[in-house]
Design a protein around this ligand. Structure first.
Ligand SMILES: [Zn+2]
Length: 129
């Protein structure tokens, strides 16, 4: 794909800056609205010529400005890395095995559990068949 084809297929238009300021040594500062700035920051517009791309673009087909990929793929904060490392080291704690019948008997012996024979229950409280 040549440059013209790349521009036609990738560039949707250009951002319009709120203001511009030319630096004495060359280069230009573009003052953008917050959504436009976010497009540039996220890689959907060029910071230099303000071309708007249809997708995340590393190298601008209009002016050739290449994004710093290292800044787009930032390292995880050290606290996150530390947390993940700690989590990976942990061994799952052994689970207590439960005997259902013994557990029901244990709970039934609790003084707060009402002891009523099934045939003495009112119809409303009887277990459904
Ligand atoms: Zn550009």
């Amino acid at each position: 794909m040549n440059r013209e084809q790349a521009i036609k297929s990738q560039v949707k238009g250009f951002l319009v800056p709120e203001f511009t300021m030319d630096f004495p040594g060359g280069g230009r500062l573009n003052g953008l609205t917050e959504p436009d700035f976010e497009r540039v920051r996220a890689g959907y517009a060029c910071a230099e010529c303000l071309a708007v791309f249809d997708t995340y673009t590393v190298t601008c087909p209009v002016c050739g400005l290449a994004r710093d990929l290292g800044r787009d793929i930032a390292d995880a904060p050290s606290l996150w890395v530390q947390h993940i490392n700690e989590r990976n080291q942990d061994e799952p704690s052994p689970r207590r095995t439960i005997d259902p019948a013994a557990e029901i008997a244990r709970l039934g012996a609790h003084p707060d559990v009402e002891q009523i024979q099934l045939d003495k229950l009112t119809p409303k409280r009887r277990p459904r068949a």
